[in-house]
Design a protein around this ligand. Structure first.
Ligand code: TXA
Ligand code: MG
Length: 329
């Protein structure tokens, strides 16, 4: 199994245009040289990801971000806000969607004139990025539409045969993907494209109110695809006691925040009631239930604050695979 902690070997493979799975604080990424379209194409092939879904470019800091983004021509206020966000939250689980520099290949951004960029907070991957002369394009290292990996073994289980090397940095400490916000040039304000590992309240404390994207203003934001992050089994969200009645006689796997229920398989995400701990455990719990003997998965609605917003978002998308109406517009 090509799993290890040799960043030199990872750098060599990336330098010759191969893929490497990398640890980040959010989820594992499937990385390639962002400036090499042939290498980037391998990401889409390995994940079976549609080419209309753009990738996040990982950089070692603000300076390299300015190499992939082009903030000229934008207002002074917006530029200052982008810089303030980078200074405050990087390295960390915040992705910024900014106007793209010309030399970033269209394949990376799916032809959009914007690029998503972030600096991940993982020592191994930061060291790797600093040793390279190019940034890394990397989506989550899962087959398209499935649950994101939060351990090296998760990556090996599903993409093992397609990735020459998996850099093992231990289990992810945040456990849900980064928060994505972008500057909407038409609306002239910041918009939340995806709730994630950084509570949007913390972003708003720095730059003021961030608009909430609906699909009507964001037709080109595949991160908002309904059926994403989904296990193979049907997922239902709501009141667990009611769902148990509704599905009486079936083997139920349940995901809860801190409460216990007499079901076939129970995953309590945080007995202490800590939303950050719950987020860290979410994807591994979904995978265990998907792999076990339960026939369906039921999940509670989490408090819609802090990391609870990202947990609820992922659970809704997981449920949407079977029931597209589960997502209110
Ligand atoms: O935490 C994360 O963000 C992880 C780690 C590996 O960094 N990456 C990740 O990548 O979640 P991915 O590809 O699974 O999700 C990135 C999302 C996609 O849904 C894509 O639609 C959105 O970012 N995105 C990328 N570029 C964009 C752009 N220019 N405009 C709007 N959305 C964009
Ligand atoms: Mg993903």
């Amino acid at each position: 199994m090509p799993i290890g902690s040799n960043t030199k070997q990872a750098a060599e493979l990336l330098g010759q245009g191969d893929l490497v799975a990398i640890p980040t604080e959010t989820v594992y990424g499937l990385a390639a040289n962002a400036y090499n379209p042939e290498a980037v194409l391998k990401i889409f092939q390995a994940k079976q990801r549609p080419a209309f879904d753009p990738l996040i470019v990982h950089v070692h800091g603000p300076e390299q971000a300015m190499e992939v983004a082009d903030l000229r021509g934008l207002g002074e206020d917006m530029r200052r806000q982008a810089e303030a966000l980078m200074a405050r939250f990087w390295p960390g689980p915040l992705t910024l969607v900014l106007p793209k520099a010309k030399h970033v290949p269209d394949l990376v951004t799916s032809g959009l004139d914007t690029v998503a960029v972030r600096t991940p907070a993982h020592p191994m991957t930061l060291a790797l990025l600093r040793s390279l002369e190019f940034p890394l394009a990397a989506p989550s290292a899962n087959p398209f539409g499935y649950i994101s990996p939060t351990t090296a073994q998760h990556v090996a289980d599903q993409l093992g045969g397609k990735v020459p090397y998996i850099l093992d940095g231990g289990p992810c400490t945040v456990g849900v993907e980064s928060t994505i916000i972008g500057w909407d040039a038409q609306l002239r304000h910041w918009v939340l494209y995806r709730p994630g590992g950084l509570p949007v309240e913390e972003v708003e404390a720095v730059i003021g109110t961030v608009g909430r994207a609906s699909r009507s203003v964001l037709p080109a934001s595949p991160g908002m695809l309904e059926s994403h992050y989904a296990p193979r089994k049907p997922v239902h969200i709501g009141n667990i006691a009611e769902l148990m009645l509704e599905h009486a006689g079936k083997r139920i796997g349940a995901i809860t925040f801190r409460n216990r229920y007499a079901v076939h398989a129970l995953e309590v995400l945080s007995p202490q009631g800590d939303l950050a701990e719950a987020a860290r455990h979410l994807f591994a719990a979904l995978r265990r239930l998907d792999a076990g003997a339960a026939e369906l998965i039921v999940a509670e609605i989490f408090p819609q604050e802090g990391l609870g917003a990202a947990i609820n978002d992922r659970l809704k998308r997981a449920a949407a695979r079977r029931d597209p109406r589960a997502i209110a517009s």
